[in-house]
Ligand binder design. Sequence first.
Ligand code: SF4
Length: 323
Amino acid sequence: MNDLLLDIRGLKKYFTVSGGFLSSRRSVVNAVDDIHLKIYRGETLGLVGESGCGKSTLGRLIMRLEEPTGGEIFFHGENILDYSGELLKNFRRKVQIIFQDPYASLNPRRTAGSIIGEPLIIHKLSGRDDQKEKISQLMEVVGLSGEQVGRYPHEFSGGQRQRICIARAIAIKPELIVADEPVSALDVSIQAQILNLLKDLQKDFGLTYLFISHDLSVVRYMSDRIAVMYLGEIVELTRNRELYECPLHPYTRVLLSAVPIPDPARKRKRKIVTGDMPTPLDPPRGCAFHPRCPEKIDVCDKIEPVLKNRAGNSGHFVACHLR
Ligand code: SF4
């Protein structure tokens, strides 16, 4: 795994929020705070964490849907934050996003065919003569029928709507897809179908995924490597199997202890974490996890741990004073 596709260096996104109608106070939210992350061609990198940890913001920064406060994002060795005009348009052809709520991300007044065909027109990848055929092929690739081309989003089920979004995303043959909670809004029975579709498409089209989810079971099923995010920072990053067999960060251990084991004869001892995730408006000093950490030591509320590659454990990164 050495064909680097995306290289994120020191990425930051800070939002300024006002204190309300009558207040002149302003606060800063560190939604993404100094993130370094590499994504290699052909892999699925899972990004997992609780709601509000900044994982979706990171996905939107990669897509250039948000502008970062600092840092760099290299794609094929070029800093995409320098792009504008044609270069940015060309980048957007290579990187696509699939959102959580397929209904909200589809225009209800447009047919499935016109939604799927739109990127082909924008990027001039088909003429009028072959457009119909391309749309029909794409619909079949994602498990829809070409006969459904004239239907509107409300005439499809939730799973079918997500298939339309996927067809739209792959229409222009992207290299990287940011899948932001792509199955969270779907029934459990449908989730596996969509996940399997994404896996098949990855093989067939040579795709690379950044797969964002709060659900560790889903991330485990999909990912080659997994990054665990907490309050805007990555606290652990390693290969899939290693994370589940040898989690090092106390937060990862807490998350994993809450995942049910599909075997009634086995029970996992659940680790209890106290309190909610602190507000990013007022993050704790030192290690951001210290107010909830069951293994906290004296230094934890004073010095912030850095994400380090563990000695003798190549590729397993963790940010904790104990590891
Ligand atoms: Fe817990 Fe301290 Fe490690 Fe943070 S640095 S995870 S508080 S032990």
